[in-house]
Design a protein around this ligand. Structure first.
Ligand code: HEC
Length: 156
């Protein structure tokens, strides 16, 4: 299903997120986290090293090829398109899942040829975007699945 970033809401907040009462949220969340323990990706955020350095390098090449004409080689955007780095960009996606960003990008980008990027290439491009937004790399490559709605990696 294609969802725009604006109405994809309902993104789950991670424990310690900017909620009015983090303690109350944690009290509600922890039993759930316990019940789901063992699910590899439960409760991860983009700060937890969700892509590999090698993948981000590949993503850079894909980005230059498919995205940079509009979003610029330094990801800061320009007259053609908004930037994909920094507080303005991240703020717009805060609290949503990385999967929502993946789904949005696969379905609507490149804007002049939507759907032309493979899921594997888009995972690599997101890895590169995470790197350029100063999120740390980890040991495993990002492997979001277009069919797995709700993959719980949050953007924060
Ligand atoms: C032909 C120009 C063009 C190309 C190529 C292009 N984009 Fe875009 N992109 C846009 C425009 C225009 C917008 C703003 C309108 C919108 O959000 O749909 C946008 C918006 C976005 C957004 C949302 C930005 C925000 O502020 O939340 C993302 C994410 C994105 N593009 C990713 C990509 C990726 C990844 C690629 C390469 C696979 C790509 N774009 C290629 C024109 C382009």
């Amino acid at each position: 299903m294609v969802r725009s970033k604006r109405d994809a809401g309902g993104g789950r907040r991670s424990v310690g997120g900017r909620v009015a009462s983090a303690a109350a949220a944690a009290a509600l969340f922890l039993p759930v986290a316990g019940a789901l323990a063992g699910e590899r990706q439960e409760g991860r955020s983009v700060s937890d090293g969700v892509y590999s350095a090698e993948q981000a390098g590949r993503g850079r090449r894909e980005y230059i090829q498919h995205c940079a004409t509009c979003h610029s080689t330094n990801l800061r955007g320009g007259e053609m398109a908004p930037g994909l780095v920094g507080d303005t960009f991240l703020g717009g996606w805060s609290g949503q899942t990385l999967w929502s960003l993946f789904d949005f990008s696969l379905a609507t980008m490149p804007q002049d040829n939507p759907g032309s990027t493979s899921p594997e290439a888009m995972n690599a491009i997101l890895a590169y975007m995470l790197r350029e937004n100063d999120f740390p790399a980890g040991s495993e490559a990002l492997a979001l699945d277009p069919a797995a709605d709700g993959d719980p990696i949050t953007i924060d």
